[in-house]
Design a protein around this ligand. Structure first.
Ligand SMILES: C[S@@+](CC[C@H](N)C(=O)[O-])C[C@H]1O[C@@H](n2cnc3c(N)ncnc32)[C@H](O)[C@@H]1O
Length: 197
């Protein structure tokens, strides 16, 4: 890792533990935390190979595992991965940086990159993240990214990186419930297509 992710440089001491506890509390309170997993589950057949990119404490990948998919979760933060193993066992969890990702196994049918991961990777590494993730997806497979509008990584830069990586933007929505994306949307769910071989 040359430049560390913003997740480490732009957050306060104790942020990872705060994030873990925040989701544990919401789960205990019965909050609906599965919106992203429901959408991905609807996009692929049961038993699909799914990469949860920047999986954090395992909320999304854990639910996809329960829904019958074969899930690998990758994250750069070992503290969050320990929580994932404890709170959402089932997927295979790996420590790794998405911008240099190398997983030596069969390609994935779909990548889910939820929870603003793209605004927490190292500045300037976003294109590498797209390329490395696409390398791990089968021809014609898809990648779904959900992240907030931000000055750090505007959607215009994302779109330029998508094109430079040889990927296609199939659809863009404003929420994980597929509300329309507009110029006023403060969040985007972007569905990218990896080219057919
Ligand atoms: C806000 S959390 C979201 C976690 C999870 N996807 C969720 O929805 O709960 C952002 C995550 O991005 C991860 N991350 C940031 N940069 C990364 C990188 N270069 N490689 C892998 N994970 C990264 C962080 O470690 C953190 O788990």
């Amino acid at each position: 890792m040359t430049t560390p992710p913003r997740w480490f440089t732009d957050t306060k001491e104790g942020h990872s533990q705060w994030y873990i506890e925040r989701f544990r509390t919401m789960a205990a309170d019965g909050a609906d935390l599965d919106g992203e997993a429901r959408l991905i589950d609807a996009m692929v057949p049961i038993g699909s190979r799914i990469l949860d990119a920047g999986c954090g404490p395992g909320r999304v990948g854990g639910e996809l595992h329960l829904r019958g998919h074969r899930v690998v979760g990758v994250d750069v933060d070992p503290e969050l991965l320990a929580a994932a193993e404890a709170d959402h066992p089932g997927p295979r969890y790996l420590v790794g940086d998405l911008s240099t990702l190398e997983i030596d196994e069969d390609p994935f049918d779909i990548v889910v990159c939820a929870g603003n991961v793209m605004v927490f990777v190292a500045a300037g590494s976003e294109g590498d993240v797209l390329r490395r993730l696409a390398e791990h997806v089968r021809p014609g497979g898809r990648m779904v990214f959900g992240f907030r509008r931000s000055e750090e990584y505007p959607y215009e830069s994302f779109d330029a990186d998508i094109a430079a990586a040889g990927l296609t933007l199939d659809q863009r929505f404003g929420t994980w419930e597929l509300d329309p994306f507009t110029d006023e949307s403060d969040f985007a769910v972007s569905v990218l297509r990896v080219p057919n071989a």
